[in-house]
Design a protein around this ligand. Structure first.
Ligand code: 3H9
Length: 698
């Protein structure tokens, strides 16, 4: 018996219950508790079978991630699992919630597994830059065959109890975990069923042993999107060892792989991102115990690209939506696009065949703003100009029910100003979704001057409910993400005037791990938008202007900074663009110089980090990790680099500050001078992470 693991005996059945909130992670205390309880139950002559189950909301959710990188404490998980697998009495894992990582590995070392129908089972270690390190890569292929094992281990996504049953990962679906586990254990005893040790059962490996392409094809399919990541490949190697080596040797290979990854920079960054994401949903400055308001129905204003994508996100989570447009025609168009999108996903097997109809049934299309009246949350996604937004919020004030949260999906406008159009500024905030809104995970939640704490926590809670990652930010032009991106945009444009080509800049940025470079991104967004806005404001950007004057508006015209052939979206370098650049520079009397890749990388990243420092100083973001979350989930920052502020710490703030000063002088751009916060941290030899430690201590 221990604080977190208890042993009870119901005549011949011993029940071992782990109860270590919040997620029963395998801390040293939990490992020790399981070890002692199992030893006692095995030694008890009255006990004929043992059930391992968990209290609280879930079965064991894995190793305790906070212990990684610290000196190991006994007993090791491997030692606990050897004791369990070698038990002469059958052990049944009874699963509810999520059996993940080390949690599923514990279950795999049991002789039998049962689960409730809502349970999910998986080995998500790759998402933390790791591989399963307690036998998962050796036992799971023996339980379900190498193809599904590769999908689960290299891909990292869990499977449902139904899929686990179909593939032999569990024996039965039960009603309640403890009662179902106990009933199953009694059946084992009365039927005198033999012990099933996965380590001794190679039957499901036979096909891949005869033809390794079964394994290699599965790996190729799962690593297609693993660019730059180490863990998926190392995890695949460990599964290969299950097929090619005896169990104990495979286990050794797995251990070596795990130890290498656990100390790698990539895994450190990915573990940081895991906690940063969770930290971001804790709102700084909101009193403990603030309860979110109830949200049973959402109204979305505007059925365009953003509004439609946001509506889909809510319907995907089963939340009813009133989708509002100004005309029947616009509404019909928006609804048609959503239906088509869902049908395409269903055709690819991404959602069940009946899901599109079910989700469409959750969306009630209406014409007229008065239809917001039943909504608990209203999200405005209309044209991005202040005048239009103000008009909409003025009307919302008349029609929305008291206490409804009123959100704007603006990507840069001032929410304080928008809130003034209502008599209830305490209910107004920003919810900035990213395009395509049904895919991108980030939601910047903009806290305005008068936003009430419970309105803010409603927006955070509902974002999590629709599987988005919320990050709370303050009011400023472009909020956190776009404000930082603007600094990169400024530099990328300047680099063209100095001698770099779009393809060179983009190659450096994508090699770093971003999904797209700034010029390919501009081509995707359309160059004409900026061109028109520059004309309105009387501003010039000679190269971009020349491209637009030549009808090169980006992907939509098949030409922009690149050319696109045969309707393809793949950018191809275009000598004509180089010509436009050369001619423009000649006109301006400028000479091209060779710009190194190193300079490009520094000028793409450091000014963004500098802006991040200003954002922290102004309190627009509460924590450096919130900025990282924004970049990870809104802009495709490579997860294995943790986020811009985390990455900056690894580069060294002094180096970054020095280089910024250098470029400020070299390019005659005082805006590149290091921000006071960056300067101070650099001078003190500190990191951005040190700020988070300080705010936690406060
Ligand atoms: C592993 O197992 C390696 C082995 O193969 C090898 C061993 C040798 N550890 O997400 P939530 C905290 S690697 C420590 O908000 P939900 C989390 O930080 C591990 N803490 O809840 C949060 O704390 P706070 C493989 C953990 O209901 C609180 O629990 N396993 C861990 O939305 C609630 O979390 C995984 O990768 C942990 N393992 O989702 C699973 N897990 O309240 C990781 C959670 O202070 N976990 N916490 O912010 C998850 O995916 C989700 O947490 C889960 C619950 C689905 C379980």
């Amino acid at each position: 018996m221990s604080e977190v693991v208890k042993l009870e005996r119901h005549d011949v059945i011993a029940i071992v219950t782990v109860d270590s909130p919040p997620v029963n992670a395998l801390s040293a205390a939990v490992r020790g508790g399981i070890f002692e309880c199992m030893k006692t139950a095995i030694a008890d002559p009255e006990v004929k079978a043992i059930v391992l189950t968990c209290g609280g909301r879930t079965f064991i959710a894995g190793a305790d991630i906070t212990e990684f990188g610290k000196p190991p404490k006994p007993p090791g998980l491997a030692e606990v699992l050897v004791l369990m697998e070698n038990s002469p009495k059958p052990i049944v894992a009874a699963i509810h919630g999520t059996a993940l990582g080390g949690g599923l590995e514990v279950a795999l070392a049991c002789h039998y597994r049962v689960a409730v129908k809502e349970a999910r089972l998986g080995l998500p270690e790759v998402k933390l830059g790791l591989l399963p390190g307690a036998g998962g890569t050796q036992r799971l292929p023996r339980a379900v065959g190498p193809e599904l094992a590769v999908k689960m281990i290299v891909g990292g996504d869990p499977i449902s109890a139904a899929e686990a049953l179909k593939n032999g990962l569990i024996e039965e679906i039960v009603e309640g975990p403890a009662s179902g586990g106990e009933a199953f254990a009694r059946k084992l005893v009365s039927e005198k069923r033999p012990l099933r040790r996965l380590r001794d059962d190679d039957s499901k490996l036979a096909a891949a042993k005869a033809d390794i392409s079964i394994f290699t094809n599965a790996v190729a399919a799962m690593t297609k999107k693993a660019r730059g990541l180490e863990a998926p490949f190392a995890a695949a190697d460990a599964v290969r060892a299950a097929i090619e080596l005896p169990f104990d040797e495979g286990l050794k290979k797995e251990r070596e792989g795990f130890l290498k990854l656990v100390s790698s920079d990539q895994s450190k960054a990915q573990r940081y991102a895991f906690f940063a994401e969770r930290e971001a949903s804790k709102i700084a400055g909101v009193p403990d115990g603030t309860k979110p308001r109830k949200v049973d129905r959402v109204a979305i204003i505007g059925a365009g690209t953003m509004g439609g994508g946001i509506a889909m996100s809510f319907a995907n989570a089963g939340i009813p939506v009133t989708l509002i447009e100004t005309t029947d025609e616009a509404l019909k168009r928006g609804m048609g696009i959503m239906q088509k999108n869902w049908e395409a996903t269903a055709a690819r097997g991404g959602i069940p065949a009946d899901a599109p109809a079910k989700r469409m049934a959750l969306i009630d299309g209406k014409v007229g703003l008065e239809n917001v009246k039943d909504a608990d949350l209203v999200i405005e996604a209309v044209f991005e100009t202040m005048a239009v937004k103000k008009e909409v919020f003025g009307k919302l004030d008349q029609f929305a029910k008291p206490g409804a949260v009123l959100a704007s999906n603006t990507s840069y406008l001032n929410i304080d100003e928008i809130a003034k159009e209502t008599k209830r500024p305490q209910d107004v905030l920003g919810m900035h979704f990213f395009s395509p809104a049904n895919v991108m995970k980030l939601c910047e939640i903009v806290r305005a001057d008068k936003t009430a704490p419970d309105a803010l926590s409603t927006a955070v809670a509902i974002s999590r409910k629709i599987a988005k990652v919320p990050a709370v930010v303050g009011v400023c032009d472009g909020f956190v993400g776009n404000r930082m991106l603007a600094q990169r945009g400024k530099q990328s444009e300047k680099l063209l005037f100095e001698g770099a080509l779009p393809q060179q800049v983009d190659a450096v940025v994508t090699k770093f791990g971003m999904p797209m470079g700034p010029f390919a991104m501009s081509d995707l967004a359309g160059l004409d938008i900026g061109w028109r806005s520059r004309k309105d404001r009387g501003i010039k950007s000679e190269i971009a202007d020349a491209l637009c004057e030549a009808g090169r508006f980006g992907q939509k015209t098949g030409k922009g900074y690149y050319k696109y052939e045969g309707g393809s979206r793949s950018p191809l370098s275009d000598p004509d663009v180089e010509k436009v650049i050369d001619e423009t520079l000649q006109k301006l009397g400028k000479k091209r110089r060779t710009v190194s890749d190193e300079e490009i990388l520094e000028r793409m990243m450091y000014p963004m980090i500098n802006e991040g420092a200003r954002i922290l100083e102004e309190g627009i973001a509460a924590r450096p990790s919130d900025i990282d979350v924004i970049w990870l989930y809104g802009y495709g920052w490579p997860i294995y680099r943790g986020g811009p502020m985390f990455w900056a710490d690894s580069v060294g703030l002094k180096h970054i500050a020095d280089r910024l000063s250098h470029y400020a002088k070299e390019t005659n751009d005082p805006s590149l001078e290091p921000a006071p916060l960056l300067k101070r941290l650099a001078a003190e030899g500190k990191t951005f992470a040190s700020l988070a430690e300080k705010s936690k201590a406060a």
